[in-house]
Design a protein around this ligand. Sequence first.
Ligand SMILES: C[S@@+](CC[C@H](N)C(=O)[O-])C[C@H]1O[C@@H](n2cnc3c(N)ncnc32)[C@H](O)[C@@H]1O
Length: 498
Amino acid sequence: MPRISKQSRKFSLKRQKGVYKTPYATACHMAELVHPFITEKSKILDPSVGDAVFIQALIDRGVNPSQITAHDIDVEKIQKLHLMGVHAKCTDTLLNDYPLKDIILGNPPYKSRRESYYMKKHRKELEKKYGFIGLYNLYSLFVVNAIQHLKNRGILCFIIQDTFFTNRYYYRFREFLLNSCKIVEIKLAPWRLFHRSDADVRTAIILLEKKHTSSFWESKQLIEDRKHQMRLIDRLSNEKEYKNPPKIQLVPQIEYRKMPDLKFFVGVPKSIIRLIQNPPARFGDITKGGTGISTGNDGKYLRLAEEVQNDSAWVGFYKSGQRTPYFYKTPFFIEKDYQKNAKNDPKNFLVRNEQFYFREGITCSSVGRKFSAAYMPPGNLFGVNANFFFDNDEDIFYSLGFLNSKLVQYLTRKVIHRSNIIATSFLKEIPFIYPSMDQKTEIVTIVKEIVLYLMKHQNYDFSSKAEKVDEIIFDLYKISDKIKDEILDFCSNIMDFS
Ligand SMILES: C[S@@+](CC[C@H](N)C(=O)[O-])C[C@H]1O[C@@H](n2cnc3c(N)ncnc32)[C@H](O)[C@@H]1O
């Protein structure tokens, strides 16, 4: 029997199984979404039925149980279902074939390749069937499987993690969705929905109509995608908002195709979308940089300031974790002679982008919904977070203001990469508009002041100066007052809105 790795064991049993029970109100809402498409002849499937919450919601809406089929790999889940009068089958939905359906709805398991024992065990078979979209998470395989088992114009309604919106790994999955379906609706579910089950998973409810196979030709696709309007509903605060969501956007499906990497968005104003689709330049055009040293064992290679006592053989080490914008003193130190460590421990102590070592630049936080950039003085080394370097001093301080601005916070978290990871590659994607000399000088002056004050007083309140930077960047990007308010709102409550 294959061994379960230490990493896998770390996750709770619930998470191991990928079981996040859907709240009844959400299941009812999804049953309501598919209800208009149900006729007396419709064949309906829940492919991973679990505790049968969707079956209950359908029956409570008056759907005839004999029209419903339920699958689960877990025989215990299936035994209970016969009493409900539905067709219940203990089967592996992903690997075993079944007849085409009119409607498929449910909540598939969410488990990444790293967490899933099942995915490791069946890697070869899964690769054959789903390799074309990449094996990253069970939920995406369930979506592909469901679409493949829908009749032409059949309906799919799933609640799934929203990690596929912008992540590069899901590019082929997004492409598959656009090619095979009309996106009827995408709704960002309340982010605390699954918190009761000890899980912090952000989810989206997707309602898709399978395109007629005759429209799989590329030219037809584009015509259809131009005509078809998707209903996009931004993050809801609670389940009561399902009925009357505060923000609904109608967007032609073609707009997703025009996005870099076919990124999906929800609740983003048209002018921002245009900026992302056709940027005059990108931040990556004016900067260089990347990750630095991965020690492989911080406990062995890093020391705290009091341990090195100003010893010149040790230098500051800027690594992930710090979320202080503009400037902070790193608490970590590393031996200046990094080459010695790399030579003695070549498998673990990894060295990248050496050309930037000891240079003055910008160091970014590496995880967290909020992200921040800080000035890194010359003479230091840096870790596997994002770090940027420039040809001149002015560009460092301008970029520091730019990266910490609310507009950039919004562009990154709402549109470019909706996750809590921060990487050099996608920060380089940020649309860049060159400032005028005056705008640049003003920002450079403000930012230098902030950094100098922070060097003297760690708790210096720079908020009014940072607001001034925000204003200049908003002006430069010609952001209207209405959108400015939306951006400020988003940034002040990033956990709830992202
Ligand atoms: C996330 S739960 C969702 C359950 C249910 N839809 C709900 O919301 O309560 C996933 C269910 O999928 C089942 N499952 C996992 N992998 C499966 C597979 N390959 N085929 C069929 N069912 C599977 C699990 O046994 C579990 O009951």
